[in-house]
Design a protein around this ligand. Structure first.
Ligand code: HEM
Length: 131
């Protein structure tokens, strides 16, 4: 039962993260082109995926912790950095919407976003920090 739930949530996590990244970029591009209605819809979809990823990710982490011999600290670290990625997505869209994303502020947030997203994906696929 718990394993089946884990399989379902894992599938949602694996499909969800790429959809979130696509929807995030779509929202940003729509906003940059002054398509505010399309932006609002994409932002709501992105928020839906934040919830899906957090719930499925946390469940997977607890599941792995219960079956693995050693605690999956790599995924725990990934979870924390993932929350940072979500915070950055929300901040980038929010600041862009309020016209506050320009110059060094824009570079500051985009750089953090790209780096943390790459780190999360690399840990997710066990390219780095593999236990
Ligand atoms: C922006 C948010 C997130 C992104 C982009 C993301 C991305 C990924 C990726 C690419 C994988 C590898 C998937 C695969 O093997 O096909 C993964 C797996 C995983 N993620 Fe996330 N994730 C996010 C949020 C979270 C959160 C909030 C947690 C909470 C702890 C989490 C925990 C996990 C765990 C435990 C796995 C390993 C699943 C397994 O292979 O058993 N993730 N994630």
């Amino acid at each position: 039962m718990l394993e089946t739930l884990n399989q379902i949530l894992l599938a949602m996590h694996r499909g969800g993260w790429i959809l979130l990244v696509i929807v995030f970029f779509a929202a940003y591009i729509l906003l940059a082109n002054d398509k505010h209605r399309g932006f609002s819809i994409s932002q709501q979809i992105a928020r839906f995926f934040y919830i899906v990823l957090i719930i499925s990710g946390v469940y997977n982490l607890f599941y792995l912790a219960s079956v693995a011999e050693i605690f999956p600290w790599n995924y725990a670290a990934k979870g924390i950095i993932s929350i940072w990625v979500i915070y950055l997505m929300e901040t980038i869209l929010g600041k862009k919407n309020r016209g506050e994303l320009a110059g060094s502020v824009r570079t500051y947030y985009w750089l953090q976003f790209i780096i943390s997203l790459v780190v999360v994906v690399l840990i997710g696929f066990e390219v780095i920090l593999a236990v």
